[in-house]
Design a protein around this ligand. Sequence first.
Ligand SMILES: [Fe+2]
Length: 589
Amino acid sequence: MGQPDSKRRNAWAPQSRRSFLRRAGFAGSAAFSLVGLSACSDDGKSRTRRTPGSSADVFAHGVASGDPLADRVMLWSRVTPAAEGDVSVNWTLSESPDMSDVLRSGTVVTGAARDYTIKVDATGLAAGQTYYYRFEALGETSPIGRTRTLPAAGVDRLRIAVLSCSNYPFGFFNVYARVAARADLDLVLHLGDYIYEYPGRGVSAEENPDEYGDGRPLGRAPEPPYEIVTLEDYRTRHACYKTDPDLQEVHRQHPMIAVWDDHESTNNSWRDGAQNHDPDRGEGAWSEREAVSIQAYYEWLPIREVAADNPERIYRGFDLGDLVSLSMLDTRLIGRDEQLAPNVEQGFTDTGAYADAGRTLIDVAQRDWLSERLNNGNATWHLLGQQVMFGQLKILGAPNASNTDNSGGQGGVFLNPDQWDGYPRAREAIWDIIRGGQAAPNVAIDNVVVLTGDIHTSWAMDITEDPNNPGTYDPDTGMGSMGVEFVTTSVTSPGSDADPAAIMSQNPHMKYVELASRGYLLLDITPARIQAEWWYVDDIESRNDTERFAAAWQVRAGENHVIAADAASTPKGEAPLPAPAASRAVGDR
Ligand SMILES: [Fe+2]
C-alpha cells in the first residue's frame, strides 16, 4: 500500500462517515426529554404491567440467571403483586428439569424499594453443572429456568454466545431466540446496550433521528414513550424490554454475564456526563441520572454487585477452569474522559488533545486490576469482554510515524473518537501490559482475545500497535500481532451501508468486516484454538426462527493472530436438557 497523500480525501470516508456513525449508533443526536407523559403503549394499555395492581401475572417478566462462578450463580426474577407491600418469594434449585429433587431453596423478601425484583446468590453448588430453578410467590409459580456454574478444572471445550445492542423498537429479538435454542452453550455474554434510553417515535413535535427507531408498526413502541431520565423511567424501560418473550427465553435457558455500554445510561456517556445528557433541558445533574440508571440496571439484570460501596464498579473477572480467564471491563462510566471532537476534516489524528498522556478510558485501578489478571492467571485464554472497538479503525491508513496532516499528526486519520482510537495513550498502556512491561515477570502475554460490541457490525482483526507499518506488522503472516479482536454485531440496532472493502483497504489488520446483518457471535473454545463464528438472522421485522452461518475465523494458541476457518463448529454431542417450556404464557405479546 502506498503512502497516503495528506491532501487526498479518502474514497469512502467523506460520503460515508456521517451515515456510518449515525446508523451504527455512535453519532451525536439532539438530546431532549419529555418527562411526565403517561407510560402507555400506542394502544393506550400498558404492556409492561409493572405497577402493583395492574396484573394478575405475578411473574410477567420471566426468570434469569447470571454471573456464574464455580460454586454459585445469581438467580433473578420480578414479581408484580396485586397490591403494594413487601412480598415473600420462595426459590428452589434442582438438578432435574422437572424440579423433582430440590437441592437448594430459600425465601427472600422484595418490595418497592427494589422495584419488586428478586436476586438470590445460590451458593454451595458443584462446578460445571447444569441446574434448574424457579420461584413461587402470591400463589403463583414462575417458569422454570436453567443455569450452569462455571467449570473449575479439566475443561476441554466451551461454547459461548456473545451479544450486544438490542434496541427494542427496531425489531424482534429473533437473535435472542436463536441463542436460547442452542442447548449446548456454557454461557451468554452481553456486551451492552441491553436497553436504549431513546424516546419512541411519534411522541414529540421534534423530529426524531433515525437511531430512535419506530416500533409502532411492529407493536414495539417503548415504554415509557419518552427519553428515560428518572429512576422510574429506567425501571419502566427495563420492565418493557423484559416483557419480550425472546429476551425472556434467552435468560430462561442460559446464564448471562452482562456489562453496560452507554445506552443503559445514555448515548456516549463518559465519567462526568454524556453526549445525550443536558442539564439545561430539564434532565438534572449527570451524577443523579447516572446513579439511577445504575440502580435500575442492578435491579433488573442478574448481576452480582461487585462493591457495595461503589455501584459504578462493574468491571469484574470470571475464571472458567484453566481454559479461560474472562475479564469484563467498563470503558464507560468509571474512568472515561470526555470524547473529543474531530481535529481534522472527516476524522481525527493522534495529535493535540488526543495525544494527552493523562487521557484515560479505564481508570488506573481498573488497569492495574486487568494487569494483575493477565499476569497471574493460569488460563490458556485471556478474554476481555468490553464495549468499544479496541483495534484501529482508520479512514486514511498510515504508519504511526508518518505525518499525514503536516501538523505532527501520526498514524493516519481515525473515524470514531468514542472507541479506543480516541484514547491512544490509554491503549498504549494496554499494549504495555500485553508486552509484559507492567508487572513481573515481564513476560509477554499470549492468547489475548478482545470481545467487543457497540458498533452494530461484525469484525475480526489482529490487534497490533502499528497496523499500517510493514516493518512491524505483516498482515499476511500476522507477524507483529499481539492478539485478536472479535466484534459481535447487534441484536436489532441498525448497521451501516459503508463499503467493507474500502475500510479494509485502509486497515490491513482487519480480516473480516460485515456491516449489514443482525446476529450474534459464537465462540467455540478449546485449548488449541478459539473459533469465532458469526451467525445472522434473516430479518427482524417478523418473529421467525431462521438463521444462517456467515463466517468463521480462528486464533490458535500461541499464535496471536487471526486465521480463516472454513466451516461452522459442531454442537456438543451431549447438551443438558433445556428448561421445559413454560406451562403458562411467557410475556404478553
Ligand atoms: Fe448500540
